[in-house]
Design a protein around this ligand. Sequence first.
Ligand SMILES: [Zn+2]
Length: 96
Amino acid sequence: MAELVPDYFSAGWRTRALACPCGWEGDSRGMAMELHDQVTDYACPQCGNLLLIVTHPTLAQVRQAAAEGQAEAIEQLAIVEEARRHFPSGAEGRDG
Ligand SMILES: [Zn+2]
C-alpha cells in the first residue's frame, strides 16, 4: 500500500527507505516518479507497485515553509512570483 505524504516540505520522505512486496527496497530517488496535477507518485522501479504519493504544496504551504527558511520553498516561491510577474492573470486564485 502506498504511503501518503500530506506535506511536501515535511522532512525525510525523500530519503526514507521503503520496501516493496516484490523484494525491491530503496528511497524515492530510486523509484519511478510520475508527476500529476495534484500529486507526484513514486512507484517501484522493478514491478511498478505504487509506494509513495506526495501531495504538491499549496502556495500557502510554500510561503509558510519559505518563512521557516526552507531553501527549496524559498526557491519555489521565487519561481512562482517570477511567473506571476510575467503572467499576472495566470496562476492566480487557484490555491490562494
Ligand atoms: Zn516492487
